[in-house]
Design a protein around this ligand. Sequence first.
Ligand code: GLU
Length: 287
Amino acid sequence: MTYIGRFAPTPSGPLHLGSLVAALGSWLDARAAGGRWLLRIEDIDPPRCQPGAIDTICRQLEAFGLTWDGDIRYQHDRDAAYQAALDRLAAIGMAYPCGCSRREWQAHAHYPGWCRTGSLYPDRPQAWRLRTDCGDRPVVWQDRRLGEQRFDPSAQGDVVLKRKDGLWAYQLAVVVDDADQGITNVVRGADLLDNTPWQRQLQAALGYSQPRYLHLPLVIGDDGQKLSKQNLAAPIPCDPTTARQLLPHALTHLGLTPESLEERTANIDSQLHVALARWTAARSAHR
Ligand code: GLU
């Protein structure tokens, strides 16, 4: 069976330990399956993109021996593909324009779908939302680590697909590119677990084949929060010497703790080689 995996960072800053664990987990899974591993830069939101971050991310991945296959995919020039997908969703009644401002629905846990049957404010700039009540639900899938997952996307709200400022939203872009790149396995952090129902609903509506999902454990910082750029998680190094010292920590988060001092201090390639053998052995449990 062909296996195509991917790592899809948003270039809003350098990678930190949490994103390294996601990259490492998806790389190990792809390589253990003899598959391809693609790098996709999710640069759909220019104000959030930090100058130089793409270059830094590539150097960081290289320092940790996480080499990708083929050319890097960028999302900033995928406008036509996202628009075509949105047009199809609109044609089947799964996407609708919405002029409501957040302030108007802030008393609700999520957007209550007021514009589902016609925009209440057609004169305002329009966002486009997913009509979660019309798609497949509940969404059920077998997560390779967490087992059966069952969510009703309409309980999570009609997520935005295109923003009112014209920028594409993550949920639509990720689904279109995962399908376009033939991704068979998504391996990413568990912080995205509750995004998967929207994504699977979109895949079903667009007639895409559905990848398998494995949501990795999150790296929690000293403050009890998941590591993120928002809480200023430290960037991982770009030089192989420091990378080599940090790699054992990333492996530990994946349950692949190096077993001896020799393993812990080995060069990157040797550490990855051992990790790959362990992941392959554990993989039979994660099929
Ligand atoms: N771009 C997303 C992020 O950096 C990840 C996308 C994904 O793995 O689906 O959080």
